[in-house]
Design a protein around this ligand. Sequence first.
Ligand SMILES: Nc1nc2c(c(=O)[nH]1)N[C@H]1C(S)=C(S)[C@@H](COP(=O)(O)O)O[C@H]1N2
Ligand SMILES: [Mo]
Length: 196
Amino acid sequence: MPDTIISPDTRRAHRIPPGQRLTSGFPVLHYGRVYQVSAEQWSLSIRGLVEREMTIDYQQFASLPHVHLLADIHCVTSWSKLDTHWAGVSTSALRDLVAIRPEARFVIVYALGGFSTNLTADDFFASDVLLADQYEGEPISAAHGGPVRLVVPRLYFWKSAKWMTGIEFSAVDRPGFWETRGYHNRGDPWKEERYG
Ligand SMILES: Nc1nc2c(c(=O)[nH]1)N[C@H]1C(S)=C(S)[C@@H](COP(=O)(O)O)O[C@H]1N2
Ligand SMILES: [Mo]
């Protein structure tokens, strides 16, 4: 049985951030279309300030140690969902794989359709951030960003890129798709960092 990571926010006495309300379903939200990517087609490039740039395929990804995650998620459009279960590879597993240089204080995540999003290295390597390939015990559906999407529970869900294609480690911050269109650069739901 793989380890289970409990996102720290699930332990809060009050779990709904300000201005959010609970949803029971699982809304599908993204800019543009849904991408149908098979496991055979999928690959992820890891580049920038690392000792070993590499592109991994799904077979290599699947062979990395997997963990389970219990987390609450919060979309900036105001829905929140509690107790979601994911499985995948902890971002910390990438450290051994590519040897990240100390100057890499920022991470830019790329996805199909010209989507990207930026994070500080601290937020990217938080204990509950996964490159997820399962949701509720099943492969992640195309609509929710499968075969592999990012899950960053403690920031608004736009940071959780669906249909991931690449990860770039950088010394400088580079605002992504929504961050250059008026969304907050960090997006902490507990501080209501929605816009600007
Ligand atoms: N590639 C890609 N990933 C994306 C987006 C997008 O437009 N493109 N939208 C983000 C936003 S705004 C949200 S709320 C979540 C929604 O994920 P879901 O459809 O699984 O609920 O995906 C995020 N990841
Ligand atoms: Mo969103």
